[in-house]
Design a protein around this ligand. Structure first.
Ligand code: FAD
Length: 396
């Protein structure tokens, strides 16, 4: 059993935990930090994809990028193709992100990544304490009996109970095959719906003989890994995708329209990092990490711990409102959900779609979105939401 004293403990060395440590290192923070990660080592457990029109450290790590992307309603419709202009859809191996950040941390001697450290209990500091004057009163205990005492603990462990409007369950298989159209990422193909919600295939042609084929469901039920793997295999056979070898597999079950978490110390998915309507989180986490690292290094004298942790601006209330309305309408009309996505991808132009996906729709985009979607189910949902709204509720 060992006892460590530091300024900051980050629980979880996944995307959010490592990204925050990376930012602290890049901003030459003087804080002493321990990142406690349960895993013994990193594997290539995910691909992280995102849109960008600028080059940065993450785009430089991409294993592939595409300048156009497509959507196909059902099995037989001709795919709708969106052209990105100066925007690309980038795809990174999680392994390369983990490795790069570990390399960066080698130069920050005061930041220590501790693998094999499963956190058992946490006692947080009083969030109303002044951040600069706070004592080292937070304590973390690991299953091996090690104790960490710090001024602040940021907890990026995945939420234990994940209440959300819908769940995005997916299973992907990266395999050796011959693929056509390498310059197009198929974001939603064979788009269909049933009484449980939406399902589609997400197909990334990584190279002429390598593809990531992912089957995805948006539904009120969180679907387990084995069922999603079977569904993915079934879809590969159904669409006639033959492969000669499997390189890797990935599974996820993400909340869509997560209940707001009032815990000021929670970050990453547990802290609401994912975009409600899409499950994208990689770039949002990078932005959060950059801003929190800045606040931790240079807080205003009067800031409480809560102020420092909440200093990352929330997404625009309109976007939150729109996403929630969209998800609630899908929940109420699961069999129509594929049609709603089809209308959006068909009636929004590439720029409008890109701004929607990158969290920056402008006012005219909102009008275009309303125009694209069938009016009655959304109006009905809006009326029913306002009827059920509690006085303290936000917009929906
Ligand atoms: C398979 C998959 C693919 C995804 N693809 C994309 C994508 O393409 N684009 C995108 O924008 N988003 C994507 N996401 C969503 C999101 O970006 C990721 O889920 C991201 O990893 C979330 O970061 P996080 O830090 O919250 O969680 P994680 O990265 O899961 O990190 C949590 C960490 O906490 C550790 N941990 C758990 N319990 C303990 C404990 N008791 N003690 C210590 N450590 C603990 C875990 O081992 C883990 O390392 C994907 C998600 C998944 C699952």
């Amino acid at each position: 059993m060992t006892h460590h004293i530091c300024d900051l403990v980050i629980i979880g060395g996944g995307c959010a935990g490592l990204s925050l440590a990376n930012q602290l290192a890049q901003q030459s923070s003087a804080l002493s930090v321990h990142i406690l990660e349960a895993r013994s080592h990193y594997t290539n457990d995910k691909t992280w994809c995102f849109w960008s029109n600028i080059e940065n450290e993450w785009t430089a790590l991409a294993k592939q990028r595409w300048n156009q992307w497509s959507f196909q309603y059902g099995d037989h419709d001709t795919p709708i193709i969106h052209h990105g202009g100066d925007w690309y859809y980038y795809c990174l191996d999680a392994k390369s992100v983990y490795q790069t950040i570990q390399q960066n941390l080698l130069h920050a001697y005061q930041i220590k990544l501790q693998m094999n450290q499963t956190v058992a209990t946490v006692v947080h500091a009083d969030p109303t304490d002044n951040y600069q004057q706070a004592a080292q009163s937070a304590t973390v205990t690991t299953t091996s009996g090690d104790i960490y005492t710090a001024k602040l603990v940021i907890d990026t462990r995945p939420p234990k109970k994940m209440q959300s409007t819908l769940y995005q369950s997916f299973f992907g298989i990266e395999c050796k095959t011959q693929v056509a159209h390498e310059n197009t990422a198929a974001l939603m193909h064979n788009l269909q719906a049933d009484e449980y919600g939406t399902r589609f295939n997400y197909i990334l042609p990584i190279s002429p003989n390598r593809v990531l084929f992912e089957h995805t469901r948006f539904s009120t039920l969180a679907i387990d890994k084995a069922s999603m793997e079977a569904a993915c295999q079934h879809e590969m056979e159904r669409v006639g995708l033959e492969y000669s070898a499997i390189f890797r597999k990935e599974y996820g079950c993400l909340p869509m329209g997560q209940e707001k978490n009032d815990d000021p110390f929670a970050a990453g998915i547990a802290g609401g990092a994912l975009r409600n309507a899409s499950g994208y989180g990689f770039l949002r986490i990078q932005q959060w990490a950059q801003q929190i690292a800045r606040q931790l290094a240079q807080p205003q004298a009067t800031m409480t711990i809560t102020d420092v942790l909440a200093s990352c601006p929330d997404e625009h209330p309109w976007l939150t409102w729109m996403d929630k309305l969209f998800l609630n309408t899908i929940k109420a009309n699961p069999e129509q959900s594929a049609y709603y996505f089809h209308r959006l991808t068909k009636h929004l132009n590439s720029g409008q779609f890109l701004r929607l996906m990158t969290d920056k729709p402008c006012n005219t985009d909102l009008i275009a979105i309303m125009y694209a979607l069938p009016k009655w189910p959304f109006l009905k949902q809006l009326l029913s939401s306002s009827r059920n709204r509690q006085p303290q509720d936000a917009l929906v």
